[in-house]
Design a protein around this ligand. Sequence first.
Ligand code: PRP
Ligand code: URA
Length: 212
Amino acid sequence: MRPFPNLTVVEHPLIQHKVALLRRTDTSKKLFRELVEEITLLLGYEVTRDLPLEVVQLDTPLETTHGMVVSGKKLSLIPVLRAGLGMVEGMLKLVPSARVGHVGLYREHDSLKPVSYYFRIPDAPELRDFVILDPMLATGGSAAMAVSSLKTHGAERIRLMCIVAAPEGVQHMLEQHPDVHIFTAALDRELNDRGYILPGLGDAGDRLFGTR
Ligand code: PRP
Ligand code: URA
């Protein structure tokens, strides 16, 4: 398959190991939640690689010097409800001062089209770096709608972090929002006729929250 210019697959062995556990049908809800958080934290290292730094003055026990710190307040995390919620804590462990907004979307069962039901993001979006969190990129409809909503409200710098992506979703994002880079732990084979990712891991929201 030709590599997608808008996609980084983070192939660190620890991530691949945890994704394999995440996929398993016999993985418990508790372990599933823990794995989603841990994978997010590991992916976060790559997603935040070029975050802007600020120079600060600081005192060591010996003298005053300068250090570089992440402009963490400028980073905004946007989990897509519901499944994106499972990724928030992992990212906040890396960047505790990040702001958190929420985008509520669900995929309509038959059409697979996203339906929006909630939107709340931090103020001054034009000044912030946004990372959308959603473990599953399937048709790409939800991610594209989340990005469109952010852009409508003034966001200019947006990335998408997911755990399992389908080629169809990456292609859809490339066509709709080529400026949004996607970071994923796995690029899977294809979608089935109900829009589920194969081999995938099933319904991420249901597995995180114990619904069906
Ligand atoms: C899942 C997932 C994504 C979306 C991906 O959410 O978390 O948001 O599907 O599918 P798409 O790329 O085809 O749009 P779902 O609609 O199942 O909602 P939920 O998280 O509330 O269960
Ligand atoms: N949403 C999920 O949770 N899983 C899929 O495979 C596709 C969409």
